[in-house]
Design a protein around this ligand. Structure first.
Ligand SMILES: Nc1ncnc2c1ncn2[C@@H]1O[C@H](COP(=O)(O)OP(=O)(O)OP(=O)(O)O)[C@@H](O)[C@H]1O
Length: 296
């Protein structure tokens, strides 16, 4: 099965006064359709830079990137903008709603920009606001909404063009505990309904909404943990090995211990009968399940 998103040796380096920052350094990533991938790691390790590359918000210095089989790493500004409108939904820490527009108008906007009729845009925005539990706030301006409500509007907006890929950068970073729970529930629902998600986060609870968690450090992937099989892709087969020769016992349980996440029973002890990823983890470069030992 072809991944919907594939990055190969993706690279973004910044020259600074004090030297070279390898923000993203030869990263390989495959994301299957219907899979929810969480990316975690210390501040400055390159998570946001990677997400910007994956979402064609920024161009890599090197490497290749495909979305739905289409090369997207060398698009012109115009083509990248078109791709983002059509195929990618973004959720940012700071919401980025238009202050002068109501919740419904904010959600309608990307649909209108993508060429939907006003009536179709309204129909879709109304349904999505209902979907995120904000039907009764459709006419409110962002200033009249709580942080959690604003982020739910932002999620509805990200979904309005039914994107192939939803990218979220610290979606709970600006939220208090109660609002985080609202947004967490929403992401958990999106995962369960089979949305293809990549979420960058510091928040262990949001990270737990992922099917697979990747840890970044110094621009590279250093660890990978499978939490569950993707719900959007029942035929998805992980090549999880049996036996004790590989240190795969840390799957799920190691994560729970180190990161405050619930255990993922069974995942570390799969029957090995899955068909396996088409190219293994991260396109076959880098590391495999044997390297997993919980979060570092
Ligand atoms: N435009 C830029 N110019 C120079 N350096 C940059 C630029 N953008 C990011 N960096 C550097 O690249 C590295 C990765 O930054 P990035 O924002 O991707 O990290 P992050 O993991 O998302 O951090 P945080 O969790 O704090 O948001 C950092 O060292 C950062 O200072």
């Amino acid at each position: 099965m072809e991944p919907i998103l594939r990055a190969s040796r993706l690279r973004k380096h910044y020259g600074t006064g004090t030297g070279l920052v390898r923000a993203v350094d030869e990263v390989d990533l495959d994301v299957a359709s219907g899979e929810a991938v969480g990316i975690i790691g210390p501040s400055g390790c390159g998570k946001s830079t990677l997400l910007h590359l994956l979402g064609a918000l920024d161009r890599p210095d090197g490497g290749w990137l495909w979305l739905g089989g289409e090369r997207i790493d060398r698009l012109s500004e115009t083509a990248a903008a078109r791709l983002r409108r059509r195929s990618i939904g973004f959720v940012f820490q700071a919401f980025h709603l238009v202050d002068e527009l109501t919740a419904r108008e904010n959600v309608e906007l990307p649909a209108l920009l993508a060429g939907a009729s006003p009536r179709a845009a309204r129909r879709r925005a109304t349904a999505l606001l209902e979907r995120v539990g904000l039907a009764d706030r459709a006419g409110h301006l962002p200033a009249m909404l709580s942080g959690g409500q604003r982020q739910r509007v932002a999620v509805a907006r990200a979904l309005v063009n039914d994107p192939a890929l939803l990218l979220a950068d610290e979606p709970t970073g600006n939220l208090d505990t109660a609002a985080t729970s609202e947004v967490l529930r929403l992401f958990d629902d999106l995962r369960a309904e089979g949305r293809t998600l990549v979420i960058v986060t510091h928040d262990s609870r949001i990270a737990a909404a992922a099917d697979r968690l990747i840890t970044m450090r110094d621009g590279a992937f250093v660890d990978e943990t499978i939490l569950r099989r993707p719900s959007g892709n029942p035929s998805f087969g992980y090549a999880i090995r049996h036996g004790s020769t590989d240190d795969d016992s840390g799957l799920g349980s190691g994560l729970g211990d180190d990161f405050g996440l619930p255990d993922a029973p069974g995942l570390g002890h799969g029957d090995g009968s899955g068909s396996g990823r088409d190219s293994g983890f991260g396109s076959g470069h880098g590391f495999g399940l044997g390297a997993i030992s919980g979060l570092v």
